[in-house]
Design a protein around this ligand. Structure first.
Ligand code: SF4
Length: 317
């Protein structure tokens, strides 16, 4: 029996995009058969360049987007069989931008306690008590209860978003680039807070980021995505010590470039990320891969699995 708290099985998300003056319709395979298993208490980092499908996976896990095909299992049961209320009790999000994810007209106390009000989980006195307790936990002084988001710093706003996610006592938190809008000095404070909270509440994280250094810091496992597919998945130490997929190797080399403006692996990969509406044939990574052979241009590689680890590349067959 699977130990996973949340699992995706051959998940697909296809968007139809209209292009050009003649309104030509094209299919965009944003997520193209993704299977992931996440055990309770794990932190799975999902990394890859913009457009690789990592945020689309996060939106489907949060039930904010319906998959085109495939399954999402929460504690072994199909997620679509749960009510939105039950899903909210189990999974909560923390989004990238604390400036736009908080209602600017609501007070901090109101924002944090909103899920309790929506789900009628406490009367006003109890809500206040729970909200103040959670503010304390995330390092927000109670005096901010009546403040508006624009009276707080970026880091404090992200603490409000974390408190709002935690107030429902979820088992799983999906963090979509939760530190990328913050100053570097604040990023590590928020990351350390997330790690402390994970240990305290045995939380399970799905941590989406393009920043490998951040992912290495927080994740216990890492899945590398490229054009809608997971091309390598391993525990964090093995992935960072022994990256095997050519794309993972290039991504890791790119974080060694001492230029903070270089966030794309393209510096290591020669050419830009391909157009997802017109993906390359065979292995979709072949135009950028220095190991590419003739087979790579014509045949998509199969996944090679060893225990929970996987790699998708012809070199491993
Ligand atoms: Fe490179 Fe071929 Fe492996 Fe694709 S299958 S990553 S092109 S070696």
């Amino acid at each position: 029996m699977s130990n996973s708290i949340i699992e995706t099985k051959n998940l697909f998300k296809i968007f139809t995009v209209t292009r050009g003056i003649f309104g030509e319709k094209k299919q965009l395979n944003a997520v193209n058969g993704v299977s992931l298993k996440i055990n309770k208490g794990e932190a799975l980092g999902i990394v890859g360049e913009s457009g690789c499908g990592k945020t689309t996976v996060a939106m489907m896990l949060l039930n904010l987007l319906k998959p085109t095909d495939g399954n999402i299992l929460l504690n072994g049961k199909e997620v679509s069989s749960f009510s939105q209320h039950d899903i909210s009790m189990s999974i909560q999000p923390i989004f990238q931008d604390p400036y736009s994810s908080l209602n600017p007209r609501k007070s901090v106390g109101n924002i944090i306690s909103l899920p309790l009000r929506i789900h009628r989980l406490a009367d006003s006195k109890e809500r206040r008590k729970k909200t103040e307790k959670i503010m304390d936990l995330v390092g927000l002084p109670k005096r901010y209860y009546n403040n508006l988001p624009n009276q707080l710093s970026g880091g404090q706003r992200q603490r409000v978003a974390i408190a709002r996610a935690l107030i429902m006592k979820p088992d799983i938190i999906v963090c979509d680039e939760p530190t990328s809008a913050l100053d570097v000095s604040v990023q590590s404070q928020i990351l350390n807070l997330l790690i402390d909270l994970q240990h305290e509440f045995n939380l399970t994280y799905i941590f989406i980021s393009h920043n490998l250094a951040v992912v290495e810091h927080i994740s216990t496992r890492v899945a590398v995505m490229y054009l809608g597919r997971v091309v390598e998945e391993k525990d964090t130490q093995s992935l960072f010590n022994n990256p095997e997929h050519p794309y993972t190797q290039a991504l890791l080399k790119s974080i060694l470039i001492p230029d903070p403006s270089v966030e794309k692996a393209s510096a290591q990969l020669g050419i830009e990320f391909p157009n997802p509406l017109d993906p390359p044939s065979g292995c979709v990574f072949h135009p950028r891969c220095s190991y590419a052979k003739e087979t790579c241009k014509n045949e998509a590689p199969k996944q090679y699995c060893c225990g929970r680890d996987l790699i998708e590349c012809h070199r491993f067959h």
